[in-house]
Design a protein around this ligand. Structure first.
Ligand code: HAM
Length: 424
């Protein structure tokens, strides 16, 4: 094989696409039901946006971005996530001028140079929502509930776990980081080289580390929740009350720190039982400082993003693969050139009438055309030859029952007969 796709970039073949369509339709339907309106941002952004927005010390910015210079020497990056670009668009188009709370949704490709593994690839689709302009904990509950009901109700997944934590505000985090530094310092020699650097740059990022040798120290870390100020604690308590009212079960996870630097207060993940070490299908949280950090007015916000690869794997594991490849309603077999010309005209009329139809383009014999119609699962077949043209009538054969019926060789009559039989 001379050419293959670059490592970590996958083809989605026609056999798999039905599962994607089902998931995408559910995603769009649910997001619309909650009034999150779609926004599409470019695949490329200036690199500084992510350096500033996602954070210099994160894995994403430090190791995983596809960054290059354009012909004018500007540094561009294939977007590794959707939140920073959406906040950029929100500011650039002054969307905050229109209403006090803006609810946005998206579904599109993201790019991260990471080791491909179960449910993780280098180009992947993410679906997500961002609600910008309110600090109300009821909005946190709405965003979490949206993600939860999308996966458990609209898509019917089982065994999912909702993990919840609070990162507090900027001041809380400063206090917590100091605490983390003194907690990890005595044991840092036993931890991975990356964590030794993180201890200096941002000890919070140690909590995201997946290295085996770091798991012991991480598991006994002091809980962030003990370092929350009164306001952040009250916010978290109110969120928990709302989740209880909505009967959404969650588990507090004191080590959940979410890998990106912009989070404040609420963070959450919804994990799948059918994925490996990186088991979150959905991850999100509040980012009350990001709009300001990117040059806008102080504006609280919350959102989440979900990965399609993990979602599709979980759907396949729990519901089996879907490949509902339906054949055409009608296959038009033809005998000679005259019949073929008539067949091609008929094909166009039927398709205009929303009937799916096919004709031979490979010069097959009539027998070969019948065999082909059968293989592709055509529901009905007609033959157009000199005899049918002479009589102005043809035989419609039902490929399931083998029954035959005589009808006029007239597009409208054929369309009407098929529509009636197909109950459209
Ligand atoms: P994230 O946790 O980096 O958050 O990504 C969210 C989800 O995207 C993950 O839980 C995972 O399902 C999926 N994902 C991430 N990387 C990959 C990959 N390489 N291959 C397959 N799936 C992947 C964010 O991106 C934030 N922007 C979420 C957010 C929105 N927070 C607030 N608003």
């Amino acid at each position: 094989m001379k050419y293959h796709s670059p490592k970590g970039l996958n083809d989605i073949l026609t056999d798999e696409i039905e599962q994607w369509h089902v998931a995408e339709t559910a995603i769009r339907t649910v997001m619309n039901r909650y009034q999150y309106r779609e926004i599409r941002t470019p695949l490329l952004e200036y690199t500084e946006l992510f350096e500033r927005g996602v954070g210099q010390d994160t894995e994403i910015v430090g190791k995983q971005m596809y960054t290059f210079s354009d012909k004018a020497g500007r540094s561009l990056t294939l977007r590794p996530e959707g939140t920073a670009p959406i906040v950029r668009a929100f500011l650039e188009h002054k969307l905050y001028g229109r209403s006090e709370l803006i609810k946005l949704s998206y579904l599109g490709s993201m790019f991260r140079y990471e080791e491909p593994q179960k449910g993780r690839s280098r180009q992947f689709e993410q679906f997500g929502v961002e609600a910008i302009g309110s600090a109300d904990p009821a909005l946190d509950a709405e965003v979490i509930e949206l993600g939860w009901s999308l996966l458990t109700e609209a898509l019917g997944l089982d065994g999912l776990r909702l993990k919840l934590n609070s990162m507090g505000c900027r001041e809380d985090r400063k206090r917590y980081i100091t605490e983390l530094r003194s907690y990890f310092t005595p044991m840092i020699e036993t931890m991975c080289p990356d964590c030794q650097v993180r201890l200096e740059t941002n000890p919070l990022r140690i909590l995201d580390c997946n290295e085996e040798i770091c798991q012991g120290p991480i598991s006994a870390v002091p809980a962030m929740l003990h370092y929350l100020c009164d306001d952040c604690e009250a916010h978290f308590d109110r969120l928990r009350t709302h989740l209880d009212d909505l009967e959404i079960l969650y588990r507090l996870d004191p080590t959940l720190a979410r890998g990106l630097d912009y989070y404040t207060r609420t963070v959450f993940e919804i994990a799948s039982p059918d994925l490996g070490a990186r088991d979150a299908i959905i991850g999100g949280g509040r980012y009350d400082d990001l709009v300001e950090m990117l040059g806008g007015p102080p504006t609280p916000a919350i959102g989440f993003a979900g990965g399609m690869p993990g979602l599709i794997l979980t759907l396949n594991a729990q519901k089996g693969p879907l490949h509902e490849q339906t054949g055409p309603d009608l296959y038009i077999a033809t005998v000679d050139e005259q019949g073929r010309r008539e067949g091609i005209r008929l094909l166009r009329e039927l398709r205009r009438g929303d009937i799916t139809a096919e004709i031979d383009y490979l010069g097959k014999s009539v027998r070969g055309q019948f065999g082909y119609a059968d293989r592709i699962g055509a529901r009905y077949v007609i033959v157009i030859g000199p005899e049918e043209l002479d009589r102005g009538a043809l035989t419609l054969r039902d490929m399931r029952s083998g029954d035959e019926a005589r009808i006029d060789l007239d597009p409208e009559a054929i369309a009407a007969e098929l529509s009636q039989r197909l109950k459209r």
